[in-house]
Design a protein around this ligand. Structure first.
Ligand code: NAP
Length: 368
């Protein structure tokens, strides 16, 4: 199939390119690479030389394709998708952005959780497929076994989201902020004559200095955190928080919907979103049954022993970055009663939270 890639050099796009090369997906399709800002420059070299990048806004060039996979962003999708469909384009549109997710004709893809619904949709003529919000996908990869058993009465997820979840520019800015903090103390961090309070004062002064790099995030993130992600929604939620309930229930095809809510927080992790869950179970299941249901839901979720050693070695962004593993640990009953479960999970939001479900739906489409 003639397949066009838009947004291939961003955070999600680069991870997607890596995974597609690892899995030899390019052997199965005829790729064309597009750009919104570098028309005519060299495209990626996948082993057979590179070709010049085409204009991602050229409907004429896009209209020849059987499949368009975009990890460019919502503004691009809004700009191009309807115009292309209005011209009668009937190809497969696969998208990392949120712009089309809640359309009735769009299928949210996370095949370890809703694979049967995806295949049914393709057979039924669906042509628009969207990856879900990264924390939602990672939450369902971790807790799919409890949802499948109908055991989740409601769920609260408090998130600790990595800088790279916001994009390439933000990841670079977090690194720049870290360098600026190191510059603020110089070699004095290692001088016993300089008190720790003096070090803290210098770091805090650097963070509060207008010259501190903060253009992309809007505020310092290194040595701090930001408890607001995306835009405002009615009721005081942010859009990121609103997606939790809307997208979870759309992926599961759940009606009436399971309430999902929480507070989404950006932290100074580079890669990998973490989440602390409070879950109200329908039945007071024993912990070993909870763990068994969680662990058996898919090939990537992994229950981590509730110990300090296991948590430090297996349940951190440092341990999980760049892997498809979705560990979940700190599983225990909460003080509120036997129906209340606490757990903590970490997952690579660029893999299962973004690129991997898109890569896998592309494979399913190519095989259909
Ligand atoms: P991104 O890193 O900002 O990349 C998006 C595009 O920005 C690139 O494809 C590139 O397009 C352009 N760009 C401009 N300067 C760049 C630079 N210096 N380096 C690389 N690219 C540059 O965005 P993203 O994080 O991949 O997100 C893409 C979409 O996926 C968004 O809708 C986002 O909401 C969604 N998503 C992201 C994540 C995540 O963890 N980041 C997770 C789930 C969903 P041109 O080549 O056309 O200039």
């Amino acid at each position: 199939m003639k397949t066009g890639f838009v947004g291939w050099r961003g955070m999600v796009g680069s991870v997607l390119m890596d995974r597609m090369q690892q899995e030899r997906d390019f052997d199965l399709l005829e790729p064309t690479f597009f750009t919104t800002s570098q028309v005519g420059q060299a495209g990626p070299d996948l082993g057979a030389g590179s070709t010049p990048l085409l204009d991602a806004y050229s409907l004429d060039d896009l209209a020849h394709l059987d499949v368009i996979l975009t990890a460019q962003g919502g503004d691009y999708t809004k700009n191009v998708y309807s115009a292309l469909r209005d011209r009668g384009w009937k190809g497969f549109w696969i998208d990392a952005a949120s712009a089309l997710r809640m359309r009735e004709d769009a299928v949210l893809v996370l095949d370890p959780v809703n694979g049967a619904r995806i295949e049914e949709a393709i057979a039924g003529g669906a042509r628009t497929f969207c990856g879900a919000n990264c924390t939602v996908s990672l939450m369902l990869m971790a807790l799919g076994g409890l949802f499948e058993a109908g055991q989740v009465e409601w769920l609260s997820s408090m998130t600790y989201q990595a800088a790279s979840g916001a994009g390439a520019a933000q990841l670079r800015e977090l690194v720049a902020q870290t360098v600026a903090l190191a510059d603020a103390v110089g070699e004095d961090w290692n001088d016993p004559e300089v008190s720790v309070l003096e070090l803290e004062r210098r770091v805090t002064a650097a963070l509060r200095d207008e010259a501190f790099p903060h253009e992309s995030f809007g505020a310092p993130l290194a040595a701090s955190l930001l408890a607001y992600i995306d835009s405002a929604m009615p009721g005081g939620q942010t859009r990121e928080e609103w997606k939790g309930m809307a997208e979870t229930n759309k992926i599961l095809g759940q009606d009436p919907p399971v309430p999902v809510d929480g507070i989404c927080v950006r932290v100074g992790a580079l890669r990998c979103h973490s989440q602390a869950f409070t879950i109200k179970l329908r039945d007071p299941l024993p912990l070993d049954e909870v763990e068994q249901r969680i662990a058996s839901a898919n090939d990537w979720v992994r229950v981590v022993e509730n110990t300090r050693d296991a948590t430090f070695s297996e349940l951190t962004p440092t341990a999980v970055s760049g892997t498809l593993s979705v560990p979940i640990g700190r599983i225990r009953k909460l003080a509120m009663g036997d129906h209340y479960l606490g757990a903590f999970s970490v997952g690579d939001q660029l893999l299962w939270g973004a690129a991997e479900p898109l890569r896998r739906v592309l494979r399913t489409i190519l095989a259909s």
